[in-house]
Design a protein around this ligand. Structure first.
Ligand code: G3P
Ligand code: MG
Length: 241
């Protein structure tokens, strides 16, 4: 059973205010009043799950090239912004536990490493996350990752992540046993939200940084929005339909 979702989920922590997917970003999201954060997980060369969005290091660090080409020790020497290092999944989950943050673990596997990334990330998360805390929501753009998530952590809720709703969404949500569908917000008309909700799935929207837009989506029945600027949304009028 999935715990009720908070209306605002800090995207990569508070990515509009701090270096994304760093411990500083997650701590800031907690300071701002977020109850839940989203982050992206991939593997280092020595198969340690790390929290990092891109497949290459260039945009977010002073390094370059594929994340998957460097060991954790090599990744740790890089600056991920403001003197922060790339955190491991374990470090992020530990902070989230300390700060009472619920989590959405987005699996971002390199092509061909879907099973390995999901197995390693969810086994590590399962060893750390206590059973009396809200269950992590596991999402991915990769169907293979969701398929494996269902094997590795069957009782953790899953979210089908897509830019827009795939034509076979009902079947895919069923195959992967999803509780939510997480879509790009610009695609979510009132009719589309209603159609998805009628199937019993919750709708989440990314990435929403304007208060008025968030209010419109909540009113349409969107359960939660991912935001780089949770500070703009947490005081908003959370009026659900
Ligand atoms: O999970 C919502 C959102 O993070 C998906 O897109 O590219 O920001 O990971 P992306
Ligand atoms: Mg993400």
């Amino acid at each position: 059973m999935m715990s009720p979702l908070p209306p605002v989920i800090g995207h990569r922590g508070a990515a509009g205010l701090a270096p994304e997917n760093t411990l500083a970003s997650f701590a800031l999201a907690a300071d701002l009043g977020c109850a839940m954060v989203e982050f992206d997980v991939r593997l280092s060369a020595d198969r340690v799950p790390v929290v990092f969005h891109d497949d290459i290091l260039d945009r977010c660090t002073d390094g370059f090239g594929p994340v998957a080409a460097l060991t954790l020790a090599q990744l740790k020497r890089l600056d991920a912004g403001g003197g922060q290092s790339i955190p491991t999944l374990a470090e992020v989950l530990t902070l989230c536990l300390e700060r009472h943050l619920a989590v959405n673990i987005e699996i971002k596997p390199d092509g061909g490493r879907e099973r390995e990334t999901t197995d390693i990330a969810l086994s590590a998360a399962g060893a750390l996350w206590p059973s009396d805390r809200p269950l992590p929501l596991v999402s991915s753009f990769s169907g293979k990752a969701l398929e494996w998530a269902r094997q590795v952590a069957p009782h953790w809720p899953r979210g089908l992540l897509a830019e827009r709703l795939p034509p076979a969404w009902r079947r895919l949500a069923d195959v992967y046993g999803c509780a939510t569908i997480n879509l790009r917000h610009s695609w979510l008309t009132a009719a589309r939200v209603a159609e998805i909700k009628a199937s019993g799935l919750e709708v989440l929207a990314y990435t929403v940084n304007r208060k008025g837009r968030a209010e419109k989506l909540w009113f349409r029945g969107v359960s939660a929005v991912f935001s780089d600027r949770p500070d703009f949304l947490l005081g908003a009028n959370i009026r659900m339909s």
